[in-house]
Structures are given as C-alpha cells and as structure tokens.
Design a protein around this ligand. Structure first.
Ligand code: FE
Length: 181
C-alpha cells in the first residue's frame, strides 16, 4: 500500500474515536485543523501538517478517558517518527514540534493560556508545563519554529462540534506531494 493510502486508511479505521475531552472526533479535529490552516492561507506543507499533527494518537494505545491519562503519551514524537518514514520534514517537523509550540505559547503569550480548552490545560502539565525563558529562546532558533507555532494555533481552533469541512479523501493529492520520491 502506498503512503497516502496507508495514512488515509489509518484515519478511516481509527479516526472516529473521540478527541480527548473535546466534542469532536480525531478525524473531525484533523479536518478542522486543516480547514483553519487553509483559511489562514497556509502553504500546502502546513495544511498537511495540520491535518496529520495528531496521527500519533491513532497509532498508540492511549486511554479514552482523559482522567486516566496520567503519563504524557508523547504522541507528537510517535506520530512524527511514523510520518517521517513516509513524508518529508516540511510536514513531519511541525508535527513533531506542535507540543513544544504549545509550551512555547504558554510561556510567551498570556492570552494563549486563557484560550486553551480545559482538556488542553490538563495535558499541559503532563507535557512539561510552559517553557522556561531559555527553552523558549532555544525553540525560537529552530528552523521550523514559526511553522510549528502556526500549526499549533490551527490545531487549537479545530475543536468545534458540527463544523463543515472537506473530507479526508480531498487531501490525498496534497499529501502525495510530500511523500519521499
Ligand atoms: Fe490536536
């Protein structure tokens, strides 16, 4: 099976599960993040990164109930590693960095913390809490820093029950553009 078919099948088979503590499924959340990326004028790589940023949640056995989620599952590492065998860094690096980007925004933007969903506040602690000043300064030197922060912000938007979006299959050609040749 080619990479695109494999990715789409993963969402079709496992994406209907609820997105922890939110009113949308994993697949709805993915499609909404991509929707907001496109609405924000994102380049194709960041649309795909927004779509696939939580693929790690579909790969790993993580408790359904947020209250049972006592250790951080590092879904960004699991997901980006799996994707890196299939897609280029333009996609996989923002995916890998979308949790550090949350920790960065919590450290540098007071309004950001106020806008976080309840579930996202709970997981923040498990993810290491806000970055320290020096962690934030290091993060800003990462070449994918801005991409990761943008994906994070589209990620945070994608939690709206009932929002109409495109469907998964609509993104096949776009994903194909980032496969290893
Ligand atoms: Fe997400």
């Amino acid at each position: 099976m080619d990479a695109v078919a494999e990715i789409l099948r993963l969402y079709a088979e496992r994406g209907a599960a609820a997105y922890f503590g939110e009113e949308v499924s994993m697949t709805e959340h993915a499609l909404q993040a991509a929707h907001f990326a496109e609405a924000g004028g994102a380049p194709p790589g960041l649309v795909v990164a927004s779509l696939l940023h939580d693929v790690g949640h579909l790969l790993d056995a993580i408790p359904d109930n947020l209250a049972d989620w006592r250790v951080d599952a590092r879904h960004e590492e699991i997901g980006s590693r799996w994707l890196a065998a299939r897609l280029t860094p333009a996609v996989t690096e923002p995916v890998r960095l979308h949790v550090p980007a949350k920790r960065y925004l919590c450290a540098t933007d007071p309004d950001y913390v106020a806008r976080l969903s309840r579930a996202s506040v709970v997981t923040l602690t498990l993810q290491g809490g806000p970055m320290t000043r020096s962690e934030a300064a290091d993060f800003e030197r990462n070449p994918f820093f801005r991409d990761a922060v943008q994906v994070r912000q589209w990620d945070d938007c994608g939690k709206i029950a009932g929002l109409r979006t495109r469907s998964l299959g609509d993104y096949g050609a776009l994903i194909q553009g980032f496969t290893h040749r």
